[in-house]
Design a protein around this ligand. Structure first.
Ligand code: AMP
Length: 309
């Protein structure tokens, strides 16, 4: 059953009216942007915002401009009833869920074909091209654009993002700094299932067998971290541990990348500098089922290897 106490706002006008009711001098507003199909990972960001602010607004918007033609924009899970139900399990209630239409967010219109796009977009150069940006070249342009629009509409004091999408946190921090946005950005650690699998709305595509085998991603990352903590700094060796773990789990798992990058510049590393540590991130295509042909899902995960000296 829907918890009708949660206010759902669909227009920017109504959102601005709500925002105007807050006392800007004394009260803080926390904001959590999401694409919905909420799970405990989203809830950990929302709980943090509720604990740290007088007001909390979240958004649910499946942003077309971060999807390339052929990606899962149409099939991405959308279920507001489910989301309101998940939100109703929180101890404290949020002020509102902002669920705008595509037209509300893109008054000029939006097509997935970047060569045909018109209007204003935000690019964060230097940190958007590596890792996820290699496979999804316009992804972070879409993310930075929609987050800017949402920040302009909501005008939060603090916005919360998950470490699960680690490159996104680097892109957003850089954008806020370079465009003088004056918004605090807080990063919340990745919430995992008991098995270790990182929670994700896209896990909905996977059957139980694949979910069980996908735990090899977390296991590989953990084993590699253990090696690093025991003194190994050679990226090839650290990388192979992860690759082997994933390949041994299911030979249909296809690794897109397993990369070791500088935590600030995202430069690719051959050796980990123990005084700086690194970000280890990966993407793997897994079949949605071992039995039937049900398509594939691209899972991402990461771990931060902290400096050891
Ligand atoms: P999404 O709805 O997938 O766009 O995610 C919305 C926000 O929730 C992003 O900042 C994500 O990084 C964050 N998030 C997604 N999954 C998790 C997770 N398992 N743990 C922590 N944060 C997450």
């Amino acid at each position: 059953m829907t918890n009708s106490k949660i206010r759902v706002i669909t227009t920017i006008n109504e959102l601005r009216k709500l925002r105007q009711q807050y006392n800007i001098a004394d009260e803080t507003l926390g904001f959590v942007p999401t694409m919905g199909y909420l799970h405990d990972g989203h809830l950990s960001l929302i709980s943090k915002s509720l604990a740290e602010n007088d007001h909390t607004i979240i958004s649910i918007f499946v942003n077309p401009s971060q999807f390339a033609p052929g990606e899962d924009l149409d099939s991405y899970p959308r279920d507001l009833e489910h989301d309101l139900q998940v939100l109703s399990t929180l101890d404290k209630s949020i002020d509102a869920v902002f669920c705008p239409t595509v037209t509300e967010m893109y008054p000029t219109g939006i097509t997935l074909d970047v060569t045909q796009q018109r209007g204003a977009f935000v690019s964060v150069l230097g940190v958007s091209e590596q890792l996820e940006g290699k496979t999804r070249p316009n992804f972070f342009r879409g993310v930075a654009t929609v987050v800017t629009k949402l920040f302009n509409a909501v005008r939060p004091d603090t916005a919360y993002f998950g470490q699960k999408d680690i490159q996104q946190t680097v892109v957003i921090r850089k954008m806020v700094e370079d465009l003088l946005m004056g918004i605090n950005i807080k990063i919340v650690e990745t919430k995992r299932a008991e098995s270790g699998l990182a929670l994700s709305s896209r896990n909905k595509y996977l059957d139980e067998d694949i979910k069980r085998q996908s735990v090899a991603i977390y296991k590989g990352l953990s084993l590699s971290k253990e090696l690093y903590l025991n003194g190994e700094t050679d990226v090839k060796k650290l990388q192979n541990t992860i690759v082997d773990s994933i390949k041994n789990a299911n030979d249909k798992f296809k690794i897109d990348y397993v990369s070791f990058n500088d935590p600030e510049t995202l430069d690719y590393l051959d050796q980990v500098d123990k005084s700086k540590g690194c970000i280890v991130s990966l993407a793997v295509y897994v079949p949605n089922s071992n039995i039937e042909e049900k398509g594939t899902t691209r899972l991402i995960d990461n771990m931060i290897f902290n400096p050891t000296i």
